[in-house]
Design a protein. Structure first.
Length: 374
């Protein structure tokens, strides 16, 4: 005990004691020059872009392993487990079918509307969930970021892979729906592979962009779901775009058709659905009367003249049944001018995928040294 009745210990400081550095232990040269002489690097410094991408590639096994583990653990507390991965989009499709297909009667304009709708829902959900989870990934994993050093882009990439795994599982459900609708496998189904690859590239770039923004400003992750909710109604998930832009300027239809999510939805539909391919606008020589008949009363009955005109172009069956007077007129859409061609769709898909992916990598890499700081 000291004279003031307080506990003291060996090494205790006296009041007014000043600690000063032992000048004999400090180097004579500036610390910056000393670090350069011994080739010391700043901890957490941003590497070059090339080094960063190379390091990411070296972590590919960790990224895939982390994604797989997270995918398995996501629904461990739910009784139905991973069934929810496909059950959620199916329930959404059922809701959209009741509201849009039956109440708003958009199903009349499309053959095999359930198959058409399910493709739209699953493809849109892939992009939606990739962006939503990407916007929160840096804040959710802040402790991991502060505890370990690794390329921070590993986290958004892993989350996109989680959504890709769920998307591929959902493709099994889509295949069952196609077979039940009479849309059987063909060589066109192979087109789905490059379409999904390009969509994955777009999703990755978008996730990286919102990951940096969401890591810096938490409000971004609150705003993004509203933006995506609006985009759902502008990319043709539950309706045929041509039926809602017929009385509007051409550029409106082109904007709706060439926005990234709409492009990937259309390409997957082209791959899966033979009816979608053959009945798309532009497949037959333009005929103003037939086009207007479809746009004015999509899903209405065919007239004798229209049946004859379809027969002249070799169109004699629809959904495997002979076309006759009174058959639904959805085939008349082929007489309309195409809003965009399949070539336009593939060019747009490649552009959106490659450009957004590249921008996302660079944009995220530029802030590599600041992630995890308070």
């Amino acid at each position: 005990m000291d004279e003031r009745g307080k506990i003291s210990a060996p090494g205790a400081l006296n009041e007014g004691a000043v600690i000063s550095a032992d000048s004999s232990l400090l180097p004579d040269e500036p610390l910056g020059e000393l670090a350069a002489r011994y080739r010391l690097k700043l901890s957490g410094a941003r590497p070059s872009l090339r080094e960063y991408v190379t390091t990411l590639w070296g972590r590919r096994h960790f990224i895939v392993g982390y994604a797989t583990a997270r995918n398995v653990s996501m629904y461990t507390e739910a009784k139905l487990g991973q069934i929810w991965q496909v059950l959620t989009p199916i329930l959404n499709a059922c809701v959209y079918y009741l509201i849009f297909g039956l109440l708003f009667d958009t199903a009349r304009a499309v053959d095999h509307f359930p198959a058409f709708l399910v493709v739209g829902v699953f493809v849109f959900a892939f992009t939606e969930r990739s962006i939503v989870t990407g916007s929160t990934v840096m804040r959710v994993n802040i402790q991991l970021i502060r505890a370990l050093y690794f390329p921070r882009a590993s986290l958004p990439l892993a989350y996109v892979i989680v959504e890709l795994q769920q998307m591929l599982l959902g493709m099994g459900v889509v295949t069952i729906v196609m077979l039940a609708s009479g849309q059987y496998p063909s060589w066109y189904w192979l087109l789905i592979i490059p379409a999904v690859i390009l969509q994955t590239m777009f999703n990755t770039g978008a996730a990286l962009i919102v990951a940096r923004m969401g890591g810096a400003v938490a409000d971004v992750s609150e705003l993004i779901p509203f933006v995506l909710r609006i985009s759902r109604y502008f990319c043709g998930v539950m309706y045929l775009i041509i039926t809602v832009v017929s009385n509007r300027p051409t550029w409106v239809g082109q904007v709706l058709s060439l926005n990234p999510i709409a492009v990937y939805i259309s390409l997957v539909r082209v791959g899966f659905m033979s009816s979608y391919r053959t009945q798309s606008a532009g497949n037959l020589p333009y005929n103003a009367a037939n086009c207007q008949a479809f746009l004015k009363d999509a899903g209405g009955p065919l007239t004798k003249t229209q049946v004859a005109q379809l027969a002249q172009h070799g169109v004699t069956t629809q959904n495997g049944a002979p076309i006759h007077v009174g058959t639904t007129n959805v085939g008349l859409q082929a007489f309309c001018h195409a809003i965009v061609t399949n070539n336009d769709l593939w060019i747009a898909a490649a552009g959106w995928g490659v450009v957004v992916f590249a921008i996302g990598i660079v944009f995220f890499w530029q802030a590599e040294s600041v992630y995890g700081r308070g």
